[in-house]
Design a protein around this ligand. Sequence first.
Ligand code: UFG
Length: 328
Amino acid sequence: MTILVLGGAGYIGSHTVYELIENGIDTVVADNLETGHIEAVHPKARFYKGDISNELFLDNVFNKEKIDTIIHFAAYSIVGESMKNPLKYYDNNLCKTKALLETMIKHNIKNIVFSSTAAVYGEPESVPIYENDKLQPSNPYGETKLAIEKMFKWADTAYALRYVSLRYFNAAGAHISGNIGEFHNPETHLIPIVLQTACGKREYISVFGDDYDTKDGTCIRDYIHVSDLAKAHISAVKYLKAGNESNIFNLGNGTGFSVKEVIQTAEKITKQHIPYKIEQRRYGDPAKLIASSEKAKKILNWQPKYDTLDGIISTAWNWHKNHKNGYN
Ligand code: UFG
């Protein structure tokens, strides 16, 4: 079995490649390295540099490698940027995935695991959030991911393309080895920013709003370890290989932590004081996002290993303190 990981040089993609290789699975990575890092690609993965919308590039990969299933991470994922430049997101995320599907169908590759997001739900009516809750994305990033899920559904009906869509909540943490971790440029995510402050790279962290209807007024999120997400992809590949129907799963821990709790936990782990300033709310931030992942636990037999925020932040700190400038 050979798995092709698109976007395998990115944060969640690179951790999934490590997980595949640690499980003895033959792995090929394709990435255009626009936001990914070649240093993050596992040395045992065969690497191809190129874009998923480039048919000739993918023809070459599919002709050289016997690809069985695709895991697709290649996308832009900055919510704020998607608000300012929605067409960039429609083009890169939706149009390029449509081109990918055409090439897959041409090569008779029928299984795909897709990197989706909690952003497809928008502001939830209640928590925990279930897969069949209302889908009302509040930003173009979430809209493009939802549009892709719908495109997969119709491609399944028309071409028997089978997919598993994994809706991640807040991915966090780093590989246990400390060799790979989270590094975006610019960084917008809470935990890396908190840890960069602990490292002295930032003076303080801006907390976006403390007037939400939550226990301490700051937003609540469900943080899930990136290696637990990686494991779910392998379960999803096995699920498709067993001939099961297309499906959609939430992936989270089922516990919510506020921004202030994340800062306090990071202070405990890093033994550093982490200064913060309360600022305006960030446009489009839901107050509370917590997953129900019961479906993934039941059907994919998935069980997250990192079930505490301390455990998740410890692995992230292990990466950050030794990679203050990321992969640079
Ligand atoms: N936050 C701050 N200060 C910062 C950064 C973040 O207070 O400097 C707060 C945010 O307002 C939010 C929480 O920390 O309340 C988490 O923010 P992140 O940016 O880390 O994550 P999001 O919840 O906004 O977004 C994540 C993924 C998206 C995905 C979304 C799904 O990054 O790709 O979850 O809900 F779409």
